[in-house]
Design a protein. Structure first.
Lengths: 118, 116
């Protein structure tokens, strides 16, 4: 079974600064997807960024980028130019790439609470 | 295109009562997933359904919990004889039909169940 570990329960960053959230995972599969989700106080789960394991290039979405190290099974999220609206819980998640064509379940880490200070 | 709709947003039940949580997937989506989030924890997979079929229920407790996704209407997560430990946020996610390898799941806003 796959596991996802987020070792930072809480992180804090000043507005406009950069912060990196850590995530490691364990799997015996070679093809899979990794995700970062944001959960603000509204509880809505918002997809921040996605990485396909077969792609060597790190995914980027505006101020959000990842450092994907497949051999180390590491998938960290970097948030640049942090904004007050970035304050939320951030969850790292893993999904198998089952090439039968059906989407499969997500395995989540325990989350990192990000505070953004002025 | 409306997102994944869950209702109710908040549900309070006394111990021993039944809780019914509803999830209407996005239009065109025939895959539904239910997850449970205990306080200060991540989401844990419960069950994966397609129309009229349970595909994977490996995360469902063996007793008191059941799920369905009928041909017509929303998916229902049913918890019988609720206990305080069932208090949690329950999230539904949906994804499109088969065929695309990188189908993405879209989440509803969750139902917060409180058992008193």
């Amino acid at each position: 079974a796959q596991t996802v570990t987020q070792s930072q329960p809480e992180m804090s960053v000043q507005e406009a600064e950069t912060v990196t959230l850590s995530c490691t995972y364990d799997t015996s599969e070679s093809d899979y997807y990794l995700f970062w989700y944001k959960q603000p106080p509204s509880r809505q789960m918002i997809l921040v960024i996605r990485q396909e394991a077969y792609k060597q290039q790190n995914a980027t979405e505006n101020r959000f980028s990842v450092n994907f190290q497949k051999a180390a099974k590491s998938f960290s999220l970097k948030i640049s130019d942090s904004q007050l609206g970035d304050a939320a819980m951030y969850f790292c998640a893993y999904r198998s790439d089952r090439r039968a064509g059906t989407a499969s379940k997500l395995t989540f880490g325990t989350g990192t609470r990000l505070q953004v200070t002025l | 295109n409306a997102g994944v709709m869950q209702n109710p947003r908040h549900l309070v039940r006394r111990r021993g009562q039944e809780a019914r949580l509803r999830c209407s997937p996005m239009k065109g989506h025939s895959h539904v997933y239910w997850y449970r989030q205990l306080p200060e924890e991540g989401l844990k997979f419960m069950v994966y359904l397609q129309k009229e079929n349970i595909i994977d229920e490996s995360g469902m407790p063996k007793e008191r919990f059941s799920a369905e996704f009928p041909k017509e209407g929303p998916s229902i997560l049913r918890i019988q004889q609720v206990v305080r430990g069932d208090s949690a946020a329950y999230f539904c996610a949906s994804s499109p039909t088969t065929g695309a390898l990188n189908t993405e799941a879209f989440f509803g806003q969750g139902t917060r169940l409180t058992v008193v």
